[in-house]
Design a protein around this ligand. Structure first.
Ligand SMILES: [Mn+2]
Length: 376
């Protein structure tokens, strides 16, 4: 059984963002970091924040390369929500590559390409895993911790929520543990009648899968169920964060579903007590997961979950939280729009402790200034 909180190596590190099957971007950013990819040798330890897989062209190759680097003692990885979905055999839009090409509805895995307000069905262009590759991938993912930490720095996929961290045993089978929490949450929701009402709400709107069938009212029980499933399960909290209900009108379509909960912005309060003079500052924390944009123009144009004021800054009152997911995972959708280069999203790598940030597709090295809070 894996340790759930594992030690980060000492000294300088290179921390890589969510990859989502973008094997070319991974190879490119590793080369920029001075990694000898063929020999699987890195000049400084590599740390991956999770979400290695899904949606992109070759999740199999990404996991194989990362697993090799781990085996050679060159890399450390935390589990992301996409890896957790695979371990739970939970079919989601974008992970059909692992399940013979089938999506959550039992048909060929596809996404919704939004063109002029309409949603068009498009297949994912992802290499399928063979049975042997799937077995290898699941075995590897089953060894990963949820958190990597040392006194000055912590890496977790989504949220360093203190109660969730405190509730973790030293070692556990993550899938069995998550299943036990889910049974508890569902028994409670069942007793309150929420599950039955949520089922009826979803059934009335074609299971919420059709972009062109937008619900005309807030689906209250679906929202209650989804928020409870996150909040009641520390493994979900660490790998995908807390979620909160949104008012009707702020619902949205993502990952193949209409959604009535959105991601809580935990970083806004990260270090608040220390900044008010109570207790020591929390460790610097690097996460992925939040689909950060990578230009001032983009954050001005779009709704963003991560900081809205500074596209490359550290968040929270003490500037101690950083999201290194700069949305390379959007490339599959950008390709559907006919783009082959000059992508909006990129695979970021944060050099610690320098705070330098570089990308797979750019020669520019940026300075992120750890400890300097950015505008929200
Ligand atoms: Mn994620």
């Amino acid at each position: 059984m894996p340790r759930l909180i594992a030690p980060l190596p000492e000294g300088p590190l290179d921390i890589l963002g969510d990859i989502h099957g973008e094997i070319d971007a991974l190879r490119a950013v590793l080369e920029r970091l001075g990694v000898d990819v063929a020999a699987r040798r890195a000049p400084r330890p590599l740390v991956f924040v999770g979400d290695l897989v899904d949606r992109g062209p070759d999740s199999v190759a990404v996991v194989q390369l990362v697993a090799d680097l781990v085996e050679k003692g060159q890399a450390h990885v935390v589990l992301g929500n996409h890896e957790l979905n695979l371990l739970q055999a939970d079919r989601k839009e974008g992970n059909g590559w692992a399940w013979d090409g089938l999506g959550p509805d039992g048909q060929a895995d596809h996404f919704t390409h939004k063109v002029g307000g309409l949603g068009l069905r498009r297949p994912f262009d992802s290499r399928l895993a063979s049975a042997a590759e799937r077995r290898f991938i699941l075995d590897f993912l089953g060894t990963l911790p949820l958190v990597l930490e040392r006194p000055d720095l912590r890496v977790v996929h989504a949220a360093p929520h203190a109660p969730a961290l405190a509730s973790l045993p030293v070692e556990a089978d993550v899938v069995a543990m998550a299943a036990a929490y889910d049974r508890e949450i569902h028994a409670d929701l069942e007793a309150r009648g929420v599950l039955a009402r949520a089922r009826a709400e979803r059934a009335a709107w074609a299971e919420l899968r059709d972009f062109n069938l937008e619900p005309t009212e807030l689906l209250e029980n679906v929202a209650i169920q989804n928020a409870a499933e996150q909040a009641g399960n520390p493994i979900s909290v660490l790998t995908s964060g807390l979620e909160e209900r949104v008012p009707y009108g702020q619902h949205f379509y993502a990952g193949g579903k209409w959604r009535f909960v959105s991601r809580s912005r935990w970083w806004r309060g990260y270090g608040a007590e220390a900044s008010a003079g109570v207790g020591p500052p929390p460790p610097f924390t690097v996460v992925g997961h939040y689909w950060r944009r990578r230009s001032a123009r983009e954050i001005a144009d779009k709704a963003n979950t991560w900081a809205n004021g500074d596209w490359l800054g550290w968040a929270g009152p003490l500037g101690r939280a950083f999201c290194v997911d700069f949305s390379v995972g959007r490339r599959f959708a950008e390709r559907a729009d006919g783009r082959a280069s000059g992508f909006a999203g990129g695979l970021g790598a944060l050099r610690w402790p320098e705070g330098q940030l570089l990308f797979d597709d750019s020669d520019v090295v940026l300075d992120t200034r750890p400890g300097v809070p950015c505008a929200e």
